[in-house]
Ligand binder design. Sequence first.
Ligand SMILES: [Ca+2]
Ligand SMILES: [Ca+2]
Length: 91
Amino acid sequence: MKKLITTSLVLALSAMSLTATAGPENYFKSFDKNADGSLDKAEYKKLLAPGFKSRGKELTDERVENNFRRLNTNGDAVISLEEFLASKKKK
Ligand SMILES: [Ca+2]
Ligand SMILES: [Ca+2]
């Protein structure tokens, strides 16, 4: 019984560190700092930053803008969860 609890705790912890692969929805929400259900450009920039950093690229405003526009299919000022998930499915 004790072992089972330990195992599920480990699973829960690894799920937390793997939010990107475990659930794009949770990943999206973790960057939605004001919890309005969408990512504005500042929030989206924070989402992009680790990926750029790991590839040794500088995250310029232009790159944020380009990525933002690609995801923001309806052309408003924010990326909705739907738009974010749609971009994940395309890959
Ligand atoms: Ca937001
Ligand atoms: Ca949008």
